[in-house]
Design a protein around this ligand. Structure first.
Ligand code: PBG
Ligand code: ZN
Length: 323
C-alpha cells in the first residue's frame, strides 16, 4: 500500500526541493538562433508572422551576432536571401554569395560565435524548390553537386558546421566526400535527417522567400505519418557520415525525438520551427496564454524528449529568462 508511506508531493513543497529534483534544465549554450540575411546595408525588416525576427543585411546581422554571443547562446544558423534567383541556384554555391559573405563578416567580428550554415537550394532557385527540376520534379542525383559545392563554399568562408536541409537521398555522403576532398575533413555535418513535409514551415517561407512556385515538397520531405521511416532516414544519414542528427519540426514529433535518442549515440538536435514559434506568439498576443511560460515549457518538453540541441526563434528570449 503506497499511500500514506509514499507522498510524491513532499518533493514539490518548496522551490528548493523542486529545483533539487528537476530532471531537465535548459541552457542557452544548447540553443541555435536562426538568422535571415539579405543584401543591402542598414536593413532590419521584421518578418510578419514572426515578431522579433528580422531579415537583416550583413552589417545588422553582425551587430545581432554580438548580442547573441553575449547571451551565451550556442550558435546561429544562417539562411540567405540572394538578390537574384535562377534555375540553377547559383547564389547557393557562389563564394561571393550572401551566406558566404555574412559568414566571413561574422567570423571576423564575433570570432567566438559558432556559425552553422543551412545547406539548401530553395532560397536560391527561381522556382523555390530544394533542387534541380527535371520533368516537373526535383531530380535527386544532379542536385547533390549543388549541395556539395555549397557546403564546401560555406566551409571556405569559415562556417563551423554545415546543416543540409534538402532531404535528397545520399546528400550527407556527397557533402562529406566533397568536404574531405577540399581540405575540410574537420568540419562536421548536422543533418536535417528526419525532416517532415510540414504546415509548420509557413512563416519561414515568408522569412526566407522560399515558397515553392508550383507543387509542394512531398516528394522529398517526409510524410508526417511515418515514424519508422524517420528512423531509417536517421540511420542512413549516420552511415553516410552525419555527426549530429536533427528532427524537424519538434513539438509535434516528440515521439521521433525520443526514439532517436534511445537508438542513436550521437548528439541529437530538434528544430522548433517557425509555425511553432508563431502560434505561441499569436496566442500570447491575444492574451489567451502566458507566452513566456509556454515558451519555456515547449523548450523543456523538446529537451526532455531527448534533444540536447534546440534550434529556436526563442533563443534570445529564453536565454534572457534563464540569466
Ligand atoms: C529549407 C528550410 C525550411 C526550413 C528550414 N530550412 C523550409 C522548408 O523546407 O520549406 C523551415 C524552418 C522553419 O519553419 O522555421 N530547406
Ligand atoms: Zn530547401
Amino acid at each position: 500500500m503506497p499511500f500514506p508511506t509514499h507522498r510524491p508531493r513532499r518533493l514539490r513543497r518548496t522551490p528548493g526541493l523542486r529545483s533539487l529534483v528537476r530532471e531537465t534544465r535548459l541552457e542557452p549554450a544548447n540553443f541555435i538562433f536562426p538568422l535571415f540575411v539579405v543584401e543591402g546595408e542598414g536593413i532590419r525588416k521584421e518578418i510578419g508572422a514572426m515578431p522579433g525576427n528580422f531579415q537583416m543585411s550583413i552589417d545588422e546581422t553582425v551587430r545581432e551576432c554580438a548580442v547573441i554571443h553575449s547571451l551565451g547562446i550556442g550558435g546561429i544558423i544562417l539562411f540567405g536571401i540572394p538578390r537574384h534567383k535562377d534555375e540553377t541556384a547559383t547564389g547557393a554555391y557562389d563564394d561571393e554569395g550572401i551566406v558566404q559573405r555574412a559568414t566571413r563578416a561574422i567570423k571576423r567580428e564575433v570570432p567566438g560565435l559558432l556559425v552553422v550554415t543551412d545547406v539548401c537550394n530553395c532560397e536560391y532557385t527561381s522556382h523555390g524548390h530544394c533542387g534541380r527540376i527535371v520533368d516537373g520534379d526535383v531530380d535527386n542525383d544532379s542536385t547533390l553537386a549543388w549541395l556539395a559545392a555549397s557546403a564546401v563554399s560555406h566551409a571556405r568562408a569559415g562556417a563551423d558546421l554545415v546543416a543540409p536541409s534538402d532531404m535528397m537521398d545520399g546528400r550527407v555522403a556527397a557533402i562529406r566526400r566533397a568536404l574531405d576532398d577540399s581540405g575540410f575533413p574537420q568540419i562536421p555535418i548536422m543533418a536535417y535527417a528526419a525532416k517532415f513535409a510540414s504546415s509548420y514551415y509557413g512563416p519561414f517561407r515568408e522569412a526566407a522567400e522560399s515558397a515553392p512556385q508550383f507543387g509542394d515538397r512531398r516528394t522529398y520531405q517526409m510524410d508526417p505519418a511515418n515514424a519508422r521511416e524517420a528512423l531509417l532516414e536517421m540511420a542512413l544519414d549516420l552511415e553516410e557520415g552525419a555527426d549530429i542528427l536533427m528532427v524537424k519540426p519538434a513539438l509535434a514529433y516528440l515521439d521521433i525525438i525520443r526514439q532517436a535518442r534511445d537508438r542513436f549515440d550521437v548528439p541529437l538536435a530538434a528544430y522548433q520551427v517557425s509555425g511553432e514559434f508563431s502560434q505561441i506568439m499569436a496566442a500570447a498576443r491575444l492574451g489567451w496564454i502566458d507566452g513566456d511560460r509556454m515558451m519555456m515549457e515547449s523548450l523543456t518538453a523538446i529537451k526532455r524528449a531527448g534533444a540536447s540541441i534546440i534550434l529556436t526563434y526563442f533563443a534570445k528570449d529564453a536565454a534572457r529568462l534563464l540569466e
